[in-house]
Design a protein around this ligand. Structure first.
Ligand code: SF4
Ligand code: SF4
Length: 70
């Protein structure tokens, strides 16, 4: 299954990745980074098709998807 990696230091909790994921694989969490921003988490990564829209659209390069073959 693909893995989600969030860089807490860079994430600003905008949730663009959550909103733009075409597979609804991500969701907001109640986990905060040091700046008080809420980080996204996996909702159901079995739905992730590695389209990388979340990586492309994140304004802060704070998200990465690791696929099984990486
Ligand atoms: S789009 Fe980037 S900055 Fe915004 S919540 Fe997702 S990982 Fe964080
Ligand atoms: S790679 Fe695509 S399907 Fe997977 S979490 Fe990111 S936007 Fe969603």
């Amino acid at each position: 299954m693909n893995k989600l990696h969030i860089h807490p230091k860079y994430c600003k909790g905008c949730q663009i990745c959550v909103e733009m994921c075409p597979k609804q694989a991500l969701k907001p969490s109640d986990k905060m980074n040091a700046k008080g921003y809420l980080l996204p988490v996996e909702d159901d990564m079995s739905r992730c098709n590695a389209c990388r829209e979340c990586e492309i659209l994140c304004p802060d390069f704070a998200i990465a998807i690791e696929t099984d073959d990486e």
